[in-house]
Design a protein around this ligand. Structure first.
Ligand code: SR1
Ligand code: MG
Length: 414
């Protein structure tokens, strides 16, 4: 069909049975396909389709926000930006994003690799499981996509054309602009928070410096089209086994600041860190929280190392051209150091904002939401909010991991 129709477990086999790219991966006898709808995100339908040959994932956009309902329409075109993003990520950091097998623009659907036995990282963190190489893979992914999607690497016309292409996506950035950057800081209609948090919420909303800083970061987010972002790199957008890490779900992809994805990822590790006392026995708690801080350190270290490596080996765009640095060693390194320091500070400020919105705005996360004891939950959320406040207001104080670690531990005790 060319007219969009939402799939269901009953119609999927008939609708996709004749599509070669699907049948060849799943098996030709579509009548025998086993189909499960597993979408638990905020927006889309997600099916796992299994046949005699193998399994695929079918993701289809709905014309509205799933978590709210038809009262909040959302354009189907977001699926083609997700498809564009997956293709670009596969080029820039091969093997991390799921492989795409088929894309149907009219049906807003993407058929892609079924990641197995991977599970959503957020679940692993709540369960207290470790993932080898987690921070290293994510830091490298953020560095490669940031660098290779920017004019540090791309030819200027290619980059500008791509910015033009992505500028057709107006609905998705608008969600982030309000839900992430603005709603947490006033009494917005869809906000909700644990009632006992109200004194802390009042403090944050009364902090004019914090609100102005958050808006300065929004200005960077909307106006600094530095690179193609994942745009929603939380722990629900990461799937992992104990030894493998994959990044999924870039439907919030847009052009924006290089620091954004790194900051989002780190925020989600900090929220996992602060929520742990509700999920772990005391005997395991300290060691697991220490491991989360190591993951955060690895994110930053591996981002820096990969970015520096690409700076030296792939700086082929219009930015910081080699001709500008007479001494290819020291001068160029100093320029890279300064840029990385700016990225780190911006990442920490984005991180603080994400820590706020997941507790105060519309879309919360399971790390805190699954804590049934609301007094305990409010106490842990308060630690998270207060550390977030410090990061937004004063990111320059946390240029090194020792300072960031100290801040997290201090709030964890309060
Ligand atoms: C209405 S969409 C709410 C949130 O879900 C997505 O995963 C993004 O994080 C968005 O902010
Ligand atoms: Mg998502």
């Amino acid at each position: 069909a060319t007219r969009y129709e939402a799939l269901s477990v009953d119609t999927l086999a008939t609708r996709l049975g004749d599509v070669h790219e699907v049948a060849s991966r799943v098996g030709g006898d579509s009548a025998s396909w086993e189909i499960r709808e597993v979408g638990d995100g905020n927006l889309n339908l997600v099916f796992i389709v299994t046949g005699s040959v193998g399994s695929v994932v079918v993701k289809q956009a709905l014309p509205y926000v799933r978590m709210v309902g038809e009262s909040w329409p959302l354009p189907l075109y977001r699926a083609h930006f997700e498809y564009y993003a997956l293709v670009r990520q596969a080029r820039r950091d091969p093997g991390v994003a799921p492989e795409v097998f088929y894309f149907d623009k009219a049906q807003a659907l993407i058929v892609m690799e079924y990641l197995h036995p991977h599970v959503i990282l957020r679940r692993k963190l709540i369960n207290g499981e470790r993932v080898a190489g987690l921070g290293e893979t994510l830091g490298r992914f953020c560095a490669r996509t940031a660098f290779r999607g920017s004019e540090l690497s791309l030819e200027s016309p290619e980059k500008k054309q791509d910015v033009g292409l992505f500028s057709g996506n107006v609905a998705i950035p608008a969600i982030t602009e309000s839900l992430v950057f603005t709603d947490p800081y006033f009494n917005a209609e869809m906000n909700h928070h644990t009632p006992a948090l109200s004194p802390v919420v009042e403090r944050l909303r009364g902090n004019a410096t914090l609100k102005a800083r958050a808006q300065r970061m929004l200005l960077k987010f909307t106006a600094n089209a530095e690179t193609m972002l994942h745009g929603d790199l939380h722990s629900g957008s990461i799937m992992a086994t104990d030894t493998d890490v994959r990044v999924i779900d870039p439907e919030f992809s847009q052009y924006g600041p290089m620091a954004f994805d790194l900051g989002m990822a780190v925020a989600n590790f900090l929220m996992a860190y602060f929520s742990q006392p509700a999920h772990r026995l005391d005997s395991d708690l300290a060691a697991y929280q220490a491991w989360i801080l190591e993951v955060i350190e690895a994110c930053f270290t591996s981002f820096d190392a990969e970015f520096r490596h690409l700076w030296q080996t792939e700086r082929t765009g219009i930015l910081f051209p080699r001709a500008l640095f007479e001494d290819q060693g020291h001068e160029s390194e100093a320029a890279c150091d300064a840029l990385l320091e700016e990225i780190r500070q911006d990442a920490l400020a984005f991180c603080g904002i994400e820590m706020h919105r997941r507790v105060l705005s519309l879309a919360h996360n399971a790390d805190f939401e699954e804590i049934e004891d609301t007094a305990l939950r409010a106490g842990l959320e308060a630690r998270n909010l207060l550390m977030g406040e410090e990061l937004v207001v004063n990111p320059a104080a946390y240029s090194d991991m020792a300072a960031l670690r100290k801040l997290a531990k201090m709030h964890n005790r309060q």
